[in-house]
Design a protein around this ligand. Structure first.
Ligand code: NAP
Length: 332
């Protein structure tokens, strides 16, 4: 049983705790919040959980094997650093770190301290991601068009003149970091590292993107990405091949996939979706952390880490193309 500590008191942290407990492989031991009262209310369904409002005491708590971090993006770096330096492995929400400098430093520290850092890109752990990969493995890709646009629950606050974390460069916000990251993960997970990446975005007065079009250039095909937080898209995503077109209702939250052959005939691809979308990653990470030195687990960690690094690099390149600067990019 892995002893789990959590940072963050929003719905996503609760969803991860539920997924972790559902696997039967974790036991919630501690939670960190800036407010003891808020932390205690957050874990009130789980008797016996220790609550901390001091980060150093939390990460040093000896009853923990792994810490899950679901805080605003820019805090992932300092919180992961504190955990890793205290000898704890970390599962950190996407996007894990603000730029390649942070990514490299954290992974250097993790290696030095003999612990592991895992990026919670939930959708690449879901069975359907591998089903698609297997389906495409004998096909020649000619392009893809990936979409994730959802009107943000934080849009009304933004329109009212507030600056929610999600739209704040101080917290490494913006739509590429929030939703676009799912598409970048999906594309690189399916097709590998692109040769070049471009991004054109509509920027908010805060300087981060509210919507944007990305282009990933592969040798002989291109992948377009559209993400937005100020509109809903009901359009499906598509992967084009020399045999036909794979239509996926949403790469981040798939529920229906079909392949339309060049002659117009179509077949539905059978997929299995877990009720809790974080179940698959929680389960994968538990299997890994319980026995990290088997050859299969070493390979899994190397693959996840490489993908995380590539995604971090491409997100940074895309941001630079759209002149989006986070506070985390500026040296003190
Ligand atoms: N995988 C997914 O499906 C998914 C879905 C949603 C979000 N996420 C990711 O999860 C992370 C958290 O997102 P979120 O929307 O939950 O963020 P959030 O609501 O802005 O913040 C999450 C938690 O961080 C703490 N926090 C908030 N503002 C803070 C500040 N100014 N300084 C220090 N701590 C602060 C709060 O906990 P306390 O007040 O208790 O300290 C809060 O509960 C992000 O990286 C996001 O990308 C992933």
């Amino acid at each position: 049983m892995l002893k789990l500590g959590v940072i963050g008191t929003s719905w996503i942290c609760r969803q991860f705790i539920d997924a972790a407990i559902e696997t039967g492989k974790y036991e919630l031991k501690a939670a960190y919040s800036r407010s003891l009262e808020k932390g205690e209310a957050f874990v009130s369904d789980f008797p016996g959980v220790y609550v901390f409002d001091d980060l150093a005491n939390f990460v040093n708590f000896e009853k923990l094997d792994v810490i899950y971090i679901a805080s605003p993006n820019s805090l992932h770096y300092s919180q992961t650093k504190a955990a890793v330096e205290s000898g704890k492995s970390v599962i950190v929400e996407k996007p894990a770190f603000s730029n390649p400098k942070e990514w490299d430093e954290i992974h250097r520290l993790a290696h030095e301290n003999g612990v592991y850092v895992l990026e919670a890109a939930r959708h690449i752990h879901e069975l359907v991601f591998q089903t698609i990969k297997d389906f495409l493995s004998d096909k020649t890709i000619t392009g893809a068009n990936l979409i994730y646009a959802k009107y943000s629950t934080k849009m009304p606050a933004l329109l009212a003149g507030e600056l929610p974390n999600k739209w704040n460069p101080k917290f490494s916000g913006g739509i590429l970091a929030d939703l676009g990251v799912y598409l970048v993960y999906w594309a690189i997970g399916q097709f590998g590292l692109p040769e070049a990446a471009h991004y054109k975005a509509q920027l908010l007065p805060s300087g981060v993107d509210v919507s944007g079009y990305g282009l990933l250039r592969y040798g002989d095909f291109d992948v377009s990405l559209y993400s937005a937080g100020n509109s809903f898209s009901y359009q499906s995503s598509e992967v084009y091949t020399t045999d036909g077109t794979l239509i996926i209702d949403s790469p981040a939250t798939p529920s229906s996939i079909q392949f339309v052959k060049l002659d117009g005939n179509s077949e539905q691809i059978n997929i299995k979706i877990a009720e809790n979308p974080l179940f698959a990653e929680a389960d994968d990470f538990a299997d890994f952390l319980s026995n990290p030195t088997t050859s299969e687990n070493k390979k899994n960690y190397a693959d996840w880490t490489e993908l995380s690094k590539f995604v971090n690099q491409i997100l940074f390149t895309m941001r630079q193309d759209a002149a989006i600067v986070f506070d985390a990019d500026i040296d003190d």
